[in-house]
Design a protein around this ligand. Structure first.
Ligand SMILES: Nc1nc2c(ncn2[C@@H]2O[C@H](COP(=O)(O)OP(=O)(O)OP(=O)(O)O)[C@@H](O)[C@H]2O)c(=O)[nH]1
Ligand SMILES: [Mg+2]
Ligand SMILES: [Zn+2]
Length: 302
């Protein structure tokens, strides 16, 4: 007898298995058919039930978009079919501006709209962190000051009708945000470390939670880096919004804006039209990408 195939939504990516929610609201723990591990949170899939509560993902439907990071060795998918990514930063632990810029480039490369959320505005170091984000606001990014501890409700209007991925370094407040939004403890993995009294609730899996039939939010594990090996030099330059007016106006057509003479981007930075920190970030990233490519000539873009 041929097994009945159901349509479902991947709501949990545990690496080896996946949680899939069916249209009737029930969930199945699923493995992926064959050896593929290509499903991810936010994917719509075809599943067949293999035993009560368990299933198999037979097919992953075509994605609208997918956010992933790559280094020279592997590609790691974060989530699929998302309308926006909220990159969470906080004054404590100190966030990395380089990491934030890398996330922004990754979002642009994947065609996903980013919002920066500055969490923990209740902390005394907040003003300083806010000031450091001014350069991002100046180039057009939305920066939302928030406190998941005091009140997360002001975030809600930004989420309505969308599928949102929360992404960021560890300890910034992603889980606490999701937690308060869904009003239940999603940091279940934290039960372990809580027993050890470390007070940490580090997330290890990406999970999707529905806030309404049309609104979903995804919590993800804290990242330390955001490999952009899959992006070309041009992709990266174009992902810097403040570079765009100058791209195409450099002396040399193949200018990558690192040290070429007659570079319009470098000239704009010297003219204080581009923040020197952002140019330095971009140039360091390009050099790193070149080094990676030289050392891995066999690598192909996925
Ligand atoms: N003061 C203050 N603390 C907060 C706020 N939001 C989160 N925290 C605390 O910051 C710590 C880390 O929060 P989490 O939500 O676990 O951080 P996370 O981003 O999910 O971290 P990972 O799962 O490791 O990636 C916890 O102790 C939270 O209680 C806030 O707005 N203000
Ligand atoms: Mg977490
Ligand atoms: Zn140039």
């Amino acid at each position: 007898m041929k097994a009945t195939v159901f349509k479902g939504l991947v709501t949990g990516d545990f690496g080896r298995d996946f949680l899939v929610e069916l249209d009737d609201g029930t969930s199945l723990t699923c493995v992926r058919k064959g050896k593929k591990q290509d499903a991810t949170c936010g994917d719509t899939v075809d599943v067949s039930i293999t035993s009560p509560g368990n299933g198999r993902i037979d097919e992953v439907h075509t994605r609208r978009n997918v956010l992933f990071r790559t280094d020279a060795f592997r590609e790691k998918t974060l989530a699929a079919n998302i309308d926006q990514a909220i990159i969470i930063v906080a004054p404590r632990p100190t966030f990395s501006e380089t990491f934030l810029s890398m996330c922004l480039v990754a979002c642009d490369g994947a065609g996903i709209a980013p919002i920066i959320m500055l969490n923990k505005k209740d902390l005394p170091e907040y003003e300083e962190a806010k000031a450091s984000l001014k350069k991002f606001e100046d180039i057009g990014y939305t920066v939302l000051p928030m406190s998941a501890k005091l009140d997360i409700e002001p975030l809600r209007p930004y989420l309505t009708g969308k599928s949102t991925l929360l992404v960021g370094q560890s300890g910034m407040g992603k889980s606490r945000t999701v937690n308060h939004l869904v009003m239940r403890d999603v940091a279940k993995e934290g039960i372990f470390s809580e027993a050890l009294d470390s007070g940490k609730h580090t997330t290890t899996y990406t999970r999707l939670y529905r806030l309404s039939p049309s609104t979903a939010i995804m919590d993800s594990p804290g990242l330390q880096s955001f490999g952009l090996f899959h992006l070309s030099d041009d992709d990266i330059a174009y992902a810097m919004p403040e570079f765009r007016p100058y791209i195409g106006t450099c002396k040399y057509g193949n200018c990558v804006h690192v040290r070429e003479p007659g570079c319009a981007v470098i000239a704009a930075a010297a003219d204080k039209k581009i923040n020197p920190t952002r140019l330095a970030f971009y140039q360091a990233l390009i050099e790193q990408q070149h080094e990676l490519r030289e050392n891995n000539p066999e690598w192909k873009r996925p």
